[in-house]
Ligand binder design. Sequence first.
Ligand SMILES: Cc1ncc(COP(=O)(O)O)c(C=O)c1O
Length: 284
Amino acid sequence: MNPAPYAYLRGDFVPLDQAFLHVSDLAIQRGYGIFDFLKVQDGHPLFLDYYLDRFYQSAELMELAVPLPRPELEAVLRQLIGRNNLPLSGIKLLLTGGYSSSGYEPPAQANLIITQQPIALPTPEQLARGLRIISHEYVREFPAAKTINYSMGIRLLKRLQALGADEVLYHQQGSVTEFPRANFFIVRPDDTVVTPAANVLGGITRRNILGLSGRPYRIEEGPVTLHDVRQAKEAFLTSTTKLVMPVVQLDDHVIGSGQPGRVTLDLLHALTQLEQQQLTQSYA
Ligand SMILES: Cc1ncc(COP(=O)(O)O)c(C=O)c1O
């Protein structure tokens, strides 16, 4: 493993420990920017097209221009992966507002930064234990965009720790949306799998779960309330790094049996298979 990975910063490859931005960047001055995060497994970026679609969509939603056309961005990504040789890693594509002399008006050029660092997947122990979550009323300002603003999630970390909880689930007047960094699903008493449709980021793992076919239960988008969660047989979250992770408690209510459920584990298996298929296609 390469101990000093390279990053791509404003047009150049530089060692990560020398990847700096100037303080006039609107990300620093005003929290203005977007990003995306994808997984590299055995040296292959998984579901790359989906992540690049979302990256360009977030940029457009936030009125930011990606300085590279898509084929060039993809070429840079592959060059970085080749240089760094980090078999299991995460790639972060970051597009910040750029260097602004007024500290407010965006300049013509946004700053593109790409980093790659090793990641760890959930352990069997974490999976077997599941997550305890708390609810909190909040909606992100631009739910469809993957912006860099995680102030609420970060501000709540101390509360999570004090309560011995793992994650916070956002809702609006009892209508559940998402976690700060993951999407949410429940398994209803009739075995239908549902994920909230409104005010959420289009997670790529969520998309992959919704796209699964041939299961003996339905998987759909729709409204989910806190009451639905308390009535659910199972619940789980999805994200690029956490895959499918069981949720066993919401506030002081134990969900279902309080153990990772059958449908949740079946979907984790199906997702892992889908990732393996992608890898096989990459080698073909
Ligand atoms: C707000 C939000 N929702 C959901 C997700 C999960 O998306 P994905 O499955 O693409 O990792 C993320 C990922 O960071 C996120 O930031």
